[in-house]
Every structure is written in structure tokens, then in C-alpha cells.
Design a protein around this ligand. Structure first.
Ligand SMILES: Cc1ncc(COP(=O)(O)O)c(C=O)c1O
Length: 365
């Protein structure tokens, strides 16, 4: 295989997404020989001393970053966030029990649809009527205090709609699909019954899922479940019920170390706020670009935008690509453009994007 010269672009991919360059360089440096193991991290036993120490450190670092209380278990699972759309109702609700779903976008829609074949999944609030451009007012949510849980998607990746506050749902466990917002800001984990996230945005490579669950909820997991689907079994075996995604876990650990070295989530949160403001402020002052989302619900992580004339979309994408700005095409359900600004996307990349957008508008407006 030939080695190509390095020309990494400004990566605005929605996922799998940009990873910190320092993390990739570290992984590159130790790819052939990891620590004192004499092999790569992908070639050693997940039950060996070195892997177990790395895995424990990754969990400890994540606990530190998110200030996860001691009565929560952290699991490193497989199957993507989509598998959790099924696994959560399987573990936390009985088939005849109601589960409330707050649907603010396409991922929430998928979650409730999947749960519907397992439990009495109820759309208890939705912003479908306004095309998922705002959040349904809390006062309109039709929650049942006897429900098994309330599920919501704090950040909807496709249309760029984000909750900036954790909703109050009383005593019913709150479950959050944080795939595209985890680690982008500080959160109070104690407000949640369960948090899950596919890794491929702010954590590491796809295929890995990080799940944080309050211990008492594990008592709900039916003993009749196949072990591989049971949160209680995975927790009892420290996520080593079977061979985990060892490389994913390792890389997640490097990302956690990077986040700590950068100053933790308070610093990351400030950076993310500033990146998002840079792009939204530019879009709002331009009459060439538009973002349809209610200002109070605009995502810090995913910024969809349209051009005044969609006939220019192809030229925008080609020219931005030529300028080293990657993956700006919007999701196929929405069209237009989308810039994802996950933790590893630097302010300089956002500045480069805004410079390009300004220039493109001047030439085509
Ligand atoms: C909010 C959200 N939930 C779920 C998923 C699905 O994740 P996976 O492809 O890991 O199953 C995604 C993927 O982008 C997502 O953004």
C-alpha cells in the first residue's frame, strides 16, 4: 500500500464524525505496539491485564468528565444507538406497560416505532406539525405518571433541534438518546434514569455504545431476556459478557483523556457555544442563507442551512469540497446543507466555513 500525502480537511460530517487530531496521532503512534503488550490493541485479549486496566481507566475518566454519581453503572456495548431503540423497552418496561416518547425529530420517530412492537409506546408530545423546527411546549406533553419511562432525544442530529434544558418529568425515569450531544457540555446525570449514545460523534468509532444507567433500574431487566440483550447481565460482567469492541473502547478512552487535557466539559461547552454562535450569527445576518429552527431550540452540534436558490446547492458543495470543507451535504430527508460542529471541530474550521460561505454568497448572490 502506498502512503498518500496528508491533507486532512475541515470535517463537518454528521457521523461518523471528526475525531481530535491528537487522538488519531496517538493511536497511529501506538498502532503496531500498544504499551508493553508487544502487539496492537486489537490483537490482545480483552481479559488481559493491559486491556482491563485501559478499560477501567476509560470508565473512570468518563465518570470524572460527566461527574457520574456512584449509583450509576457505565456500560460499553455494541450494536449502535439503534439497537438501544429495542433494548431499552425490552429491559425497562413490561410488554403491557406504557412508555412515553417525546418526538422532536427523525431519531425519536425511529425510537418510538421500534419500541411500539415491544411495549405500549406512546407519542406523548411531538413537533412533527411544525416539521421539527421547534420543541413542543412542556405544558402540552401528555405524560402518564405510571409509565415505565419517558424517552427523548436531547439533540436531533438531522434537523438540528436541541433541548438546552433537561425537561422535568416528575418521578418517571427519564431516558435520553444523547448520541449527538454527549460530552458537548456539562449535564446533571442524576436527572436521568438512563443515557445512551452511539460513539461515532463525540466519543470514537461507530459500533460502540456508551450507556449510563441508574442501578435500581437494572432490577427491572427480565430474567427471561437472552443474556446478550440484558443490561443487568452486561453490568454484572463489566461489559465483558462477550468480546467487546476493543478498538472502539480504546479510542474512546483516548478521547476522554483528550477532553480532560483540554480542561474538561466546562471548557468544551464554551468552545461549542462560540462555534455555534459564529455560524448562526453569520446565517442570521445573511439573506443568502437560512436556518429554519426556532432560536431557542437551535442545536450547538448540527447546523442545517439552506441557500436562497437551491439550484446553487451542487456548486456550493463542489466548491466547498475543493476548499477543503468536507461533508456539508444535508441529510437526504431535509436537503440543503448541514455543518456538524462536534467537539473535535475547531473554531478555525468554523471560521473557514463562514469565510467560504461569505465569499460564495458574494459571488452568487
Ligand atoms: C440522535 C441519534 N440517535 C441514533 C442514531 C443511530 O445511531 P447508530 O447508527 O449508531 O445506530 C443516530 C445516528 O446518527 C443519531 O444521531
Amino acid at each position: 500500500m502506498e502512503c498518500l500525502p496528508l491533507s486532512r480537511g475541515h470535517n463537518f460530517s454528521a457521523g461518523p464524525a471528526a475525531l481530535p487530531e491528537a487522538v488519531l496521532r496517538r493511536a497511529q503512534a501506538e498502532l503496531l505496539e500498544w504499551g508493553t503488550s508487544g502487539a496492537s490493541v486489537m490483537e490482545v485479549s480483552h481479559r488481559g491485564k493491559e486491556f482491563m486496566a485501559m478499560a477501567e481507566q476509560a470508565e473512570a475518566d468518563l465518570r470524572g468528565l460527566l461527574a457520574i454519581p456512584a449509583n450509576y453503572k457505565v456500560l460499553f456495548l455494541q450494536g449502535g444507538a439503534t439497537q438501544q431503540f429495542a433494548q431499552i423497552p425490552m429491559n425497562l418496561a413490561r410488554p403491557e406497560q406504557r412508555a412515553d416518547y417525546i418526538v422532536t425529530g427523525d431519531w425519536g420517530e425511529k425510537a418510538v416505532r421500534e419500541a411500539g412492537s415491544l411495549v405500549r409506546a406512546q407519542v406523548s408530545a411531538t413537533s412533527a406539525a411544525n416539521n421539527y423546527t421547534a420543541l413542543p411546549p412542556r405544558a402540552d406533553w401528555d405524560l402518564d405518571p405510571a409509565s415505565a419511562y419517558v424517552h427523548y432525544t436531547p439533540n436531533e442530529t438531522i434537523r438540528g433541534v436541541e433541548f438546552h434544558e433537561v425537561p422535568d418529568v416528575g418521578g418517571v425515569p427519564l431516558i435520553a438518546d444523547m448520541s449527538s450531544t454527549i460530552l458537548s457540555r456539562r449535564i446533571d446525570v442524576s436527572r436521568f434514569g438512563l443515557i445512551y449514545a452511539g460513539a461515532q460523534k463525540n466519543i470514537g468509532p461507530s459500533g460502540l455504545v456508551v450507556l449510563i444507567v441508574r442501578e435500581d433500574l437494572l432490577e427491572r431487566c427480565p430474567s427471561t431476556l437472552p443474556k446478550i440483550f440484558s443490561f443487568a447481565e452486561h453490568a454484572a460482567q463489566n461489559s465483558l459478557l462477550n468480546t467487546p469492541n476493543t478498538f472502539g473502547w480504546y479510542l474512546a478512552g483516548l478521547v476522554f483523556q483528550w477532553l480532560k487535557a483540554e480542561g474538561g466539559l466546562a471548557v468544551i461547552e464554551q468552545r461549542n457555544r462560540r462555534k455555534a454562535e459564529t455560524l448562526y450569527d453569520f446565517i442570521d445576518t445573511s439573506d443568502f442563507y437560512a436556518n429554519p429552527v426556532d432560536r431557542a431550540a437551535r442545536s450547538w452540534m448540527n447546523v442545517p442551512f439552506t441557500l436562497a436558490d437551491s439550484a446553487l446547492d451542487a456548486a456550493f458543495l463542489q466548491q466547498s469540497r475543493d476548499a477543503g470543507l468536507l461533508a456539508l451535504k444535508g441529510h437526504k430527508l431535509v436537503g440543503g446543507m448541514r455543518a456538524s460542529l462536534y467537539n473535535a471541530v475547531e473554531q478555525a474550521s468554523v471560521d473557514a466555513l463562514v469565510d467560504f460561505m461569505r465569499d460564495f454568497a458574494r459571488r452568487n448572490g
